[in-house]
Design a protein around this ligand. Structure first.
Ligand code: 5CU
Length: 390
C-alpha cells in the first residue's frame, strides 16, 4: 500500500535520513541502571545526565569517580538531551532540516552488553518501542526503523528475533555492530542469521562502536584530544575492517541476497578498495588456496552489487569516492542525529553537521540534479520500500 504522506513531496523529491538514532525510554532506563560502560550517569550540578558509551571514554569515567567536578567540559561522555529519546524532538529536528522521512535505529552499543538470557526479551521490548513510535499518528509515513538483534542470545533466540522483526510494521532491516556474536562478522556461525535476514529482505545497517584499541591513540589522547580520534578514525577503520573480513571469508558469495548499508560512507572502504584488491591478488596464501581464480568477485563488484553507503562523510571529497565506488544509485543521505549537536548554540535550530552532509551531496553531484535528489531521498524510498506502509 502506498503511504499517505500528506503534504510531503513526490517520491523522487523526498528527503530521507537513513542514519538517525534514538535511545527509547526503556533503553535509557537500562543504561541508567548500570555502573560500568555503557551507562548514563548524573553528575552533581550538571544540567543533563551524561551518556558514556565508547570504550575510549572508560578512562575519563574512572577519573571522575568520587569527584565533585561540575564543569561540563570536564565530564565524560555527552549530555543526554531530549534529542536522544523524544519522538516530538525527532520530528522537530526533521522539520527544521526539511527531512520528510527518517529510518530510525537504536544507537550503539545496542544490546551487545546484555546478558544472554535477557537479550531476547530486551530486543523484543526495544523493537516494540520503535514500532510503536513509527505507528504514532504524527509519525506514520514519516518514520520507519531498523530493528535491533539480541546478538548475545542463543542461536534459536536470535533466529526467532529475525522472525519477530520481519513481522513488525515499518521495520526495514536491522542495525548491526561489528562484533557479531563476539567473533566478528566473518564468524561462520553468523551465516544462518545473514541468510534469514536476506530471505526476509531485511537490509543490514552496519555501524561501528568499538573503534580501535585505545593504545593506538597515544598517551595524550584522553586528556587532550577529546573524542576526535576514536570517532573520526576509529569508527571508519572498524567498519572497513569488518567488511574486508566478510569479503575475505566469502560471506557475500555465501549469501548473495544479503544487502549491507554501511555507516559513514563505508568508513574508508571506497578509498581503500583498490589496495584491498591488490593485496588479495598478490597474496601467495590466497592464490595457493585457489581463492583468486576465475569467478572471484572483486571488492569493487561487491560494492556495486551488495553494498549501499550512507552519505554521512561531511565533505564532497569523501562523497565522490563513495559515488565512484558504489554508484550514486546506492548512496543515501543521513544525519547521525542526535550525535554532533551544535555546541554553544541553539539545539532546536539548524545543525551544521547536517548541512555539511547536504552541501557535500550538492557539491559532489550538482545542485538539483536527478542524482543529487536520488541520494537525498529517492534511493532510500526505492531501496527500503518507504512507499509501502507495511
Ligand atoms: O559521538 C559519538 O560518540 C557517536 C556515537 O557514539 N555513535 C554515533 O553513531 N555517532 C557518534
Amino acid at each position: 500500500m502506498d503511504v499517505d504522506i500528506g503534504t510531503i513531496g513526490s517520491p523522487t523529491h523526498r528527503v530521507v535520513d537513513v542514519h538517525t538514532h534514538m535511545y527509547p525510554p526503556k533503553y535509557i532506563e537500562l543504561l541508567e541502571s548500570r555502573s560500568s560502560i555503557p551507562l548514563i550517569r548524573k553528575f552533581a550540578g550538571a544540567k543533563e545526565p551524561r551518556l558514556i558509551i565508547l570504550p575510549a571514554e572508560a578512562e575519563s569515567l574512572d577519573k571522575t569517580a568520587g569527584s565533585t567536578e561540575t564543569s561540563s567540559s570536564h565530564l565524560p561522555g555527552r549530555p543526554v538531551t531530549t534529542h536522544y529519546s523524544s519522538l516530538a524532538q525527532k520530528l522537530h529536528f526533521m522539520d527544521t532540516h526539511g527531512i520528510d522521512i527518517s529510518v530510525i535505529s537504536l544507537a550503539n552499543p545496542w544490546l551487545d552488553f546484555v546478558a544472554p538470557e535477557e537479550a531476547g526479551e530486551a530486543a523484543k521490548a526495544v523493537n516494540q518501542e520503535f514500532a510503536s513510535m513509527c505507528a504514532e499518528p504524527s509519525a506514520v509515513g514519516r518514520l520507519f526503523f531498523f530493528a535491533t538483534l539480541p546478538l548475545t542470545a542463543p542461536p534459536e533466540t536470535l533466529l526467532a528475533a529475525v522472525g519477530h522483526v520481519r513481522s513488525l510494521r515499518h521495520c526495514r532491516g536491522v542495525i548491526l555492530g561489528t562484533s557479531g556474536l563476539g567473533k566478528g562478522l566473518d564468524d561462520p556461525a553468523l551465516v544462518p542469521v545473514f541468510r534469514a535476514l536476506a530471505a526476509n529482505r531485511l537490509t543490514v545497517f552496519l555501524h561501528p562502536h568499538y573503534g580501535l584499541p585505545s593504545e593506538v591513540w597515544g598517551p595524550r589522547a584522553t586528556e587532550e584530544y577529546g573524542h576526535v580520534l576514536p570517532l573520526a578514525l576509529g569508527f571508519p577503520m572498524e567498519t572497513t575492517i569488518a567488511v574486508a573480513r566478510m569479503y575475505l571469508a566469502g560471506v557475500f558469495d555465501q549469501v548473495p541476497d544479503l544487502r549491507l548499508l554501511l555507516a559513514h560512507s563505508g568508513g574508508t572502504l571506497p578509498f581503500l578498495a583498490g589496495r584491498i584488491e591488490s593485496c588479495v591478488v598478490h597474496d601467495g596464501h590466497l592464490v595457493k588456496e585457489g581463492k583468486v581464480g576465475p569467478g572471484r568477485r572483486t571488492v569493487w563488484q561487491v560494492l556495486r552489487e551488495q553494498i549501499y553507503l550512507d552519505a554521512v562523510v561531511y565533505s564532497e571529497v569523501g562523497l565522490k569516492a563513495a559515488v565512484d565506488a558504489s554508484g550514486a544509485d546506492r548512496l543515501m543521505f543521513g544525519t547521525d542525529h542526535p550525535f554532533f549537536p551544535p555546541l554553544g548554540s541553539d539545539e532546536q535550530g539548524e545543525w551544521e553537521s547536517v548541512t555539511w552532509n547536504a552541501e557535500a551531496v550538492k557539491k559532489a553531484l550538482g545542485d538539483g540534479t536527478d542524482a543529487a535528489r536520488a541520494v537525498m531521498g529517492g534511493n532510500a524510498v526505492e531501496i527500503l520500500r518507504l512507499h509501502e506502509d507495511s
